[in-house]
Design a protein around this ligand. Structure first.
Ligand code: FNR
Length: 374
């Protein structure tokens, strides 16, 4: 492969070469047979363009607003855990890249830099993703810490009452540092720094994935719709609900007071055989009726994918694995390159489709496979 990738997919191979197998598998893997993992990507390919010609596209603007914040493009960095497994600077490097590109970073609850460290490292616009733990006091403390550190929204992830069955992590006994020949110097004990002094920052079990052992210990599987009221009572920040896949749940999310919805199947890491997110986006958009913004993630690997998501009603997309691959391959620079590549591709797609601004992208610019077969 050429030294410099020309698209974000090529960062995956660089990440594979850079990382110990255990960590690469953790980032790349999905649940069980990984049907949905492939489908998230494939479903984008089944959507075609209906480009318009003879429109002045000599100037293209990707800029837009997300929850009122001006950003350079309809792209956010998805919350992904444990960035120090990818690069020693961890989430701080990712945040600096987000700031440089003027895109929003959603910092994971399971980060390896604390919410405060990320906040003080740069002036990126940051949202904070949370899980609700059995020990609600810990979740409440983290929400308060994020609020104090200038995070602008809470993203409540709702598709992890328990951790999905990630078979590579089970086989690799994820989180147990073994003497691994060439990568020994890159192996570190994954520690969830936000919980220092509150909980063990790691759990080591003899068998299977330690990440799963940690999740079993902490996650509150009894979380339900009524608890959104509790969350709203402890923060003034807007709350986005991440992990919605049906119109039924989209309506409940709006009723519960969500300020936005993220259509997501957790990058296919939870319930295998959920549909590709792009194929259920419109169902959610129609149900929400414009009351709150809808975002989507899962399988976004090209600027064309971003355009398709916007045409089907998303206000922005979240990028998961490509960011981590960029981080693993080249640190902060890698995350910047991945983000810039997606922006450049989106800009070109807009020019070739006859859409000088984000607002010009409409439902009529794409045709789905279902429509083509009718
Ligand atoms: C995730 N995701 C995730 N989501 C979340 O809400 N909190 C988290 O801590 C994590 N951690 C995490 C780790 C890794 C390695 C991956 C790949 C994913 C899910 C993430 O936010 C997002 O939904 C998907 O990654 C989007 O799919 P793509 O872009 O990876 O295909």
């Amino acid at each position: 492969m050429a030294e410099d990738p020309v698209n974000v997919n090529e960062y995956q191979e660089l990440a594979r070469q850079a990382l110990p197998k255990m960590y690469y598998d953790f980032y790349a893997g999905g649940a069980e047979d990984q049907y949905t993992l492939k489908e998230n990507v494939e479903a984008f390919r089944r959507i075609m363009f209906r480009p318009r010609v003879l429109i002045d596209v000599s100037k293209i603007s990707l800029s837009t607003t997300i929850l009122g914040y001006n950003v350079s493009a309809p792209i956010m960095i998805a919350p992904t855990s444990m960035h120090k497994l990818a690069h020693p600077e961890g989430e701080v490097a990712t945040a600096r890249a987000a700031a440089a590109c003027n895109v929003i970073m959603i910092v994971s609850y399971s980060s390896m830099c604390t919410v405060e460290e990320v906040a003080s490292s740069c002036d990126a616009i940051r949202f904070f993703q949370i899980y609700v733990y059995k020990r609600r006091d810990i979740t409440a403390q983290l929400v308060r810490r994020a609020e104090r550190s200038g995070y602008k929204a809470i993203v409540l992830t709702v598709d992890v009452p328990r951790l999905g069955k990630r078979e590579a992590d089970i086989k690799n006994n994820l989180g147990t540092v073994k003497l691994s020949l060439s990568f020994y110097d890159r192996m570190i004990q994954p520690q969830l720094k936000n919980f220092e002094g509150l909980l063990p920052t790691q759990v080591v079990s003899d068998e299977g994935s330690n990440f799963k052992a940690y999740a079993d210990l902490t996650l509150d599987a009894s979380l339900s719709w009524k608890d959104i009221g509790w969350l709203r009572s402890i923060t003034k920040l807007p709350i986005l609900i991440k992990g919605v896949l049906t119109h039924e749940d989209a309506i409940k999310a709006v009723e519960a007071g969500a300020a936005g919805i993220v259509v997501s199947n957790h990058g296919a890491r939870q319930l295998d055989h959920t549909p590709a997110t792009i194929s259920v986006l419109e169902e959610v958009v129609h149900a929400v009726k414009g009351k709150v913004p809808v975002f989507v993630d899962g399988g976004v690997r090209r600027g064309t994918d971003i355009f398709k998501a916007l045409a089907l009603g998303a206000q922005a997309v979240l990028i998961g694995r490509p960011v981590v691959y960029g981080l693993a391959a080249k640190g902060e620079t890698g995350v910047r390159r991945v983000t810039e590549m997606l922006k450049d591709e989106l800009e070109l797609t807009m020019a070739l489709s006859g859409c000088p601004t984000i607002k010009d992208i409409t439902r009529g610019h794409v045709i789905t496979d279902r429509e083509r077969l009718q």
